[in-house]
Design a protein around this ligand. Structure first.
Ligand SMILES: C[S@@+](CC[C@H](N)C(=O)[O-])C[C@H]1O[C@@H](n2cnc3c(N)ncnc32)[C@H](O)[C@@H]1O
Length: 260
């Protein structure tokens, strides 16, 4: 597959700060952002504030990769999509690695398809020569109290239209893990799991982990988040421990597993 080219940094002194006023779990957002505005003024650049991360003194690599910036920005559909730029860049970098391996890409938990489309656009749909499988119930959310905006009759058709012209993307509508039966790849290079449910994520790992090729990657979107998501981490740590794997906990809230 033709890989997205590296763009050398022309001006090492150029600073790209990033700030989105979308974070979760705040008791007093107004006060929080007053304090963060003050804190950012005290920090060395570059800064990143969004998706419950506050960073300073960083390169802010996602924004120094123009191919990524174009793919990410053109697919932003809501405030959350904008805030999670760094999470998307982790996926884009994992995709860059996995594109060079045998096997397809799989996402379990697609919603509006933004992560799949961002990755494919990063490569360019004409260059993307794997199949990217996307599994979701789409029109409803089977995880209690977790329905996202627009999850109702008609969403699947809308998402199919969003991928019009993307022959490399295969969207499968149905409840996981049953929807994988006779309708999933034998070899997987990249597996992205984003179901917001310990039970369903473990069921997907049971079904797909052995199909991930050596050197392949698994990204667990919610692994390192606190609160209600802790259940997922605890179940996944126990599951991977049995197989002698450790999940890399990323400050983005994701977890990363490198398959042997
Ligand atoms: C957080 S969203 C996915 C977001 C998407 N990965 C992105 O980055 O834009 C989670 C999705 O998982 C789906 N989901 C949860 N449990 C599922 C199951 N057992 N089978 C199919 N889809 C499921 C929900 O319908 C929802 O659309």
């Amino acid at each position: 597959m033709q890989l997205p080219p590296h763009t050398p940094i022309e001006n090492p002194d150029r600073v790209i700060n990033f700030m989105v006023r979308t974070v979760w779990g705040l008791t007093d957002p107004v006060r929080f952002y007053q304090l963060m505005d003050e804190a950012r003024a005290l920090c060395s650049p570059a800064t990143y504030l969004g998706d419950n991360m506050f960073l300073w003194g960083r390169s802010n690599s996602p924004f120094e990769d123009p191919r990524f910036v174009a793919a990410w920005e053109s697919n932003v559909q809501n405030d959350a999509d904008r805030a999670i730029a760094w999470r998307r860049y982790i996926l884009a970098c994992a995709a860059y690695h996995c594109a060079q391996l045998e096997g397809d890409f799989v996402e379990c938990g697609v919603y509006r398809g933004t992560s799949i489309k961002t990755i494919v656009d990063y490569f360019g749909k004409e260059n993307f020569d794997k199949t990217f499988w996307g599994y979701d119930t789409y029109d409803y959310n089977p995880v209690e109290h977790h329905a996202f905006a627009g999850q109702q009759d008609g969403l699947f058709n809308e998402i199919l239209q969003r991928f019009d012209g993307y022959d490399c993307v295969r969207l499968v509508k149905g409840l996981l893990p049953q929807s994988l039966e006779n309708n999933s790849p034998e070899k997987i290079a990249l597996l992205h799991i984003d179901l917001n449910s310990a039970e369903f994520e473990i069921a997907v790992l049971d079904a797909l982990f052995d199909r991930v090729v050596p050197g392949g990657m698994i990204v667990l979107d919610d692994y390192e988040w606190g609160g209600q998501y802790r259940e997922q981490k605890m179940a996944e740590d126990a599951w991977f421990d049995q197989r002698k794997y450790r999940v890399f906990p990323l400050p983005t809230g994701q977890g990363l597993v490198l398959k042997r």
